[in-house]
Write a protein that binds this ligand. Sequence first.
Ligand code: C2E
Ligand code: MG
Ligand code: MG
Ligand code: MG
Length: 289
Amino acid sequence: SVKEGGRHGFRFHDADVEADLHQRVTLIEELHEAITKQQFVLYLQPQIDTHSCQLVGVEGLLRWNHPEKGIRGPGDFIDVAEDSGLLLDIDGWVLQDACRQMRAWHDQGVMRQATISVNLSTLQFKTSDFESNVLAALGRTGLAPRYLELEITERSLAERPDEVAAVMQRLSAKGIRFSIDDFGTGYSSLQYLKRLPVSKIKIAQEFIRDMMSDSSDASIVRAIISLGTELGHDVIAEGVETKAQLEFLQQRGCHLFQGYYFGHPQPASELTERLRRVAGSDGKWPVCT
Ligand code: C2E
Ligand code: MG
Ligand code: MG
Ligand code: MG
């Protein structure tokens, strides 16, 4: 249940189902408005290859610029958006905006080989027009398919493995890439790794967070790196915040990273400035060791 103050400033008791429902309804109304008034913003976070010090990817992360509360992250609204079905519209916008942004960077000459990734919800895979929506977003923006990466969770894979696999095979044949997000937190991961067209697996942040003090987490991280690498996938560590974590992972064979240490998610205008400076300095990302 939602524990923050409601619209009228008072706090709802957890057990107060009616107030909770009221707050939910209010949030749904606000989300409808957010869609029509275009209050969503895509924040972008860099992914770095420390072998080459190049930017290899950018992940698009949804933010809601709420008229009163300011910038809100997905944790504040994504569950309600998903339950109400509104997430489908929102994710459609995200897909389109990510493609548009990448195309703009290409046109500005500040981006080379990097991919742009978006997070897919489990809802999206269930819609019959998912595939055509992806292709339409590429068509409208003129972005070549190889620059687009779709992040899926083990949850989507587990729910309808055959349909999801078929969609992935078809999109992958067109050049679109796939990554598995939060890898290690879902089910039967090994099946997917073997038979699906996955180019990248993302080690879940929860393993990275404690790996330096928790030896089980360290073992899991090491196992994911060697499994992924041996099966021919790129393995990227999420949520890397410190140099110590970076070195710990590098010693275990990881060279792809995403996390605050390399850069926070930021609005396109800010990242564009950074990309301009990078393009002017041999294409090397400023934080690499
Ligand atoms: P995710 O896809 O696993 O994204 C990574 C999350 O970790 C992001 O949280 C990012 O801001 C955060 N993060 C990145 N580096 C660090 C770090 O070094 N330390 C810490 N503590 N956190 C870091 P965010 O943006 O709040 O997104 C949360 C989740 O919401 C995402 O997890 C993804 O599952 C979902 N999400 C985000 N954008 C979208 C979207 O457009 N559509 C859908 N369906 N889901 C989205
Ligand atoms: Mg993600
Ligand atoms: Mg993740
Ligand atoms: Mg997540």
